[in-house]
Design a protein around this ligand. Structure first.
Ligand SMILES: [Ca+2]
Length: 226
């Protein structure tokens, strides 16, 4: 009887020791913060900077129409369409509105592609953490630098936070390519500004941070170099 109790106790102790060894081995991964991602650098502000009187609020947009599954299909298809100029997009904040409503400022809910272009204002230097909700595909470029893409059709999906270093405050060229195939849609551009802790829900980039100049060209953002 005494022998059995001792054996059982030894076995239990051994299990506890194994558990502690396993926890200890995992500890570095559990308690070390994730390595900070290097910010994207080299964003170029518009030169010269525009005068306030030259600016029209919101992003300019041109719409194209077809049911694409992938960004590369949209790129091929829009070469064969003239597209339609839409009303400017005041703010990219649709997550809670984009269900069965017209896509952005287009007049339909399905099979819409949008080339948005204009300027985005960074009012302080430092590292911004950008993020995007998308449904379906999206590709983002700012200041001539590729920032983010989620290029296939998908349900509402949030990007990771993308650190971007801004050296000079001011207006930067921005191009956003987007398509909505069918069903629901969503598109949001979000940021944590320098000094804000990039945790939780990122705030929406406000309307006053968007503008465009008359005759802004609409760019199809190239795929990132792999
Ligand atoms: Ca969709």
């Amino acid at each position: 009887m005494g022998h059995t109790v001792l054996a059982t106790t030894t076995s239990a102790l051994r299990r506890i020791v194994v558990l502690f060894v396993a926890l200890f081995a995992m500890a570095p991964a559990m308690f070390q913060p994730a390595a900070a991602e290097e910010p994207i650098t080299g964003l170029r502000p518009l030169a010269p900077q525009p005068a306030a009187a030259e600016l029209t609020p919101g992003l300019a947009v041109r719409y194209y129409f077809a049911n694409w599954d992938f960004m590369w299909e949209m790129e091929r298809s829009i070469r064969r369409q003239d597209g339609v100029q839409g009303a400017p997009i005041p703010v990219i904040d649709t997550f809670y509105e984009g269900y069965n409503n017209d896509v952005l400022t287009a007049d339909r809910t399905q099979g819409v592609g949008a080339l948005m272009s204009g300027l985005i204002h960074f009012d302080t230097p430092g590292v911004y953490h950008l993020a995007m909700w998308s449904n379906d595909g999206v590709r983002l470029e700012i200041g001539g630098q590729f920032i983010y893409e989620d290029p296939d059709k998908h349900s509402n999906r949030l990007s990771p936070n993308i650190p971007v270093e801004i050296e000079e405050p001011g207006w930067y060229p921005v191009n956003i390519n987007y398509f909505q195939k069918k069903g629901t849609w969503a598109l949001d551009l979000l940021w944590f500004k320098p000094g804000q802790t990039p945790q939780g829900d990122p705030p929406v980039v406000p309307a006053e941070a968007y503008a465009h100049l008359p005759g802004t060209p609409h760019i199809f953002v190239p795929a990132p170099e792999s």
